[in-house]
Design a protein around this ligand. Structure first.
Ligand SMILES: [Zn+2]
Ligand SMILES: [Zn+2]
Length: 152
């Protein structure tokens, strides 16, 4: 995990009387290195943190605002570093067959378009925009290859 991310995470945990323990650091490292939102099982595989600890740590990290739950399809929450900690604004591709969520980087043009259109739509609402979420749903390549059959 990058030192800047670790320092910011430690600061966010402090008000909850939580420290950046070895396990919490490992959980965050798994999320940071994944490049896509992870299920709890995937976090366990990649961090070697015991399952019950991973559940508890993820809940605490969500409460501290360091990790966010990503809405996907079906059961099994997925998790990623909050954008203010990852410094990586991105959008998600959600496969409606297998539920995998992938990150994708928007073009500068798309970001400008979204900002401009949203500003125009909300001009008279008094709403102050701080962030946007833009998911794209469809079928991932693996699911297309298996003709939409769930699983393999
Ligand atoms: Zn899929
Ligand atoms: Zn965006």
């Amino acid at each position: 995990m990058s030192p800047a991310t670790a320092a910011a995470a430690a600061q966010a945990l402090a008000p909850l009387d939580l420290r950046l323990t070895r396990h919490r650091r490992a959980v965050l490292g798994a999320l940071e290195g994944a490049g896509r939102p992870l299920t709890v099982d995937e976090v366990v595989q990649r961090s070697s943190v015991p399952t019950s600890t991973a559940y508890r740590n993820l809940g605490e990290l969500v409460e501290a605002g360091v990790v966010v739950r990503v809405s996907g399809v079906g059961g099994g929450d997925r998790h990623e570093l909050a954008e203010q900690f990852s410094q990586h604004h991105h959008h998600h591709l959600v496969c409606v067959e297998c539920g995998i969520v992938s990150d994708f980087d928007p073009s500068a043009q798309l970001e400008k378009l979204i900002a401009r259109e949203v500003d125009a739509l909300l001009a008279t609402s008094g709403f102050r925009v701080t962030q946007h979420v833009f998911d794209v749903r469809g079928q991932c390549q693996a699911c297309q290859a298996s003709d939409g059959e769930p699983g393999q």
